[in-house]
Structure formats: C-alpha cells, structure tokens
Design a binder for this molecule. Structure first.
Ligand SMILES: [Zn+2]
Length: 110
C-alpha cells in the first residue's frame, strides 16, 4: 500500500476563469462565499454583484501589495491536502477496508 499526500493548499486557481495563479505575483481579487475570484476577474464579477445588489456577500478583498496566490494560501493554510492511497492487490485493499471497519466501530462505541 502506498500513501501519497497532494497539497492542494499550494495550488491557487481562480474559481471563475480557472487561471492558475500559483506562481503569479499579481495582486487583487476577492473571496465571495466559497469562491475565490482572481485579479483578472475582479472587475467583471464586482460589476455583476453590484448589479444584483449582492456586494454584501463578499467576504474579503486581497490586500494591496500581496499576491492573490499568497493571500489565498494563507487563508487556506498550506497543510490542506488530499491523500491518494494505492493498493498492490485486492487482498491489500480488502484488508484496508476491514481495518477501516474496525476503526468505524471503535469510534461509534466512543
Ligand atoms: Zn479569474
């Protein structure tokens, strides 16, 4: 069995245009609800929010002089990750599920 951590906290992609800004110095953008809008989309999205009187839904703006990527990474925390577990055999997978089952039962009894 192999466990591999993928740190999704480091990757910063705009929720509107999908631009990867992980290595960009560009500052700007904002967070609205669970969406992060990049500096390139800021103007359009702001206009749209104003049009529908939904500006109050904005949580925060990227501070001036701080890159969008750095700002988002700080908010998320860099330890956020997914874990990919791969198995060499079906038996290994089955055994892993049995262990998980035991763990679930143990937690239920708590
Ligand atoms: Zn964008």
């Amino acid at each position: 069995m192999k466990r591999e951590k993928v740190y999704i906290g480091e990757i910063v992609v705009c929720d509107k245009c999908n631009t990867d800004l992980t290595n960009s110095d560009k500052s700007g953008g904002f967070i609205c609800g669970s969406y992060a809008y990049c500096p390139f989309c800021e103007k359009d999205v702001l206009e749209s929010l104003k049009k529908y009187n939904e500006e109050h839904l904005i949580n925060a703006f990227c501070p001036k002089g701080v890159s969008f990527a750095e700002w988002i990474q700080d908010i998320r925390g860099k330890e956020v990750h997914s874990e990919i577990i791969s198995f060499d055999s079906f038996k290994e997978l089955q055994s892993w599920f049995e262990d998980m089952d035991d763990e679930i039962k143990r937690l239920k009894d708590k």
